[in-house]
Design a protein around this ligand. Sequence first.
Ligand SMILES: O=C(CO)[C@H](O)[C@H](O)COP(=O)(O)O
Length: 207
Amino acid sequence: MKLQVAMDVLTTDDALALAGKVAAHVDIIELGTPLIKAAGLSAVTAIKSAHPDKIVFADLKTMDAGELEADIAFTAGADLVTVLGVAGDSTIVGAVKAAEKHGKGIVVDLIGVADKSARAREVIALGAQFVEMHAGLDEQAEDGFTFQTLLTDGSESGVDFSVAGGVNVSTIAAVQAAGATVAVAGGAIYSATDPGAAAAELRAAIV
Ligand SMILES: O=C(CO)[C@H](O)[C@H](O)COP(=O)(O)O
C-alpha cells in the first residue's frame, strides 16, 4: 500500500516546506483543493520540480470541463488529477482523454456519492486509474460519521481504491486490511508537531 500526504496548506511556500519534511516517507504528494484554489497550478509545477521522483497528485475535484481542467493540471506537472464521481460520465471520459494524451492518470473522488462501490465500478470502466473512498472534512465532523463505511465500500467495490478522510496511526492498519492501494493522510501529518516524524510513523505502520 502506498502512502499519500494531502497538503491542505494555502501557500506554495508552505507546501514546499511541508513536502520537504515528508517526501522521504511518502509515495504520493497531494496538493489539496484549497491550496490549488489559493495558489494556482503554479504550485503543482513547483512541487513537481522540487520532487520529480514523487507522484504529484492535483486534487482539482473537477465537476465540469473534465478534459480542459485535467489537461491544464497535467501540463503543469501533475501525475494524477481528481475528478468527482458525482460528475457526469462525459466529464470523466473527457478527463481520461486528457490523461491518455499525457500518459498520466485520473482518480475519481467519490465524496458525496451515495453508492460508492457501484459508482467505483462504473468510473473504472470509463478509464479511471483508481477511485478515492473519501469522507471530506465537513462530512467527518457530522454526527454519525463512521470511518468504517469507507473501508466496507472500498472492499465491496472490487476495484483499486484509496481511502481519504480520517487516516491516522490508529486507522491505517485497517485501511490496509481492507485492501486499499493508497492511504491518504492530511491532518495526521500537516497538523503534527513534527510532520516528518508523523509521516515516518504512518509509513512504519504499513506492513
Ligand atoms: O481532500 C480532502 C478534503 O476534501 C482532504 O485532503 C482529505 O480528506 C484528507 O483528510 P484528513 O485531513 O482527514 O486526512
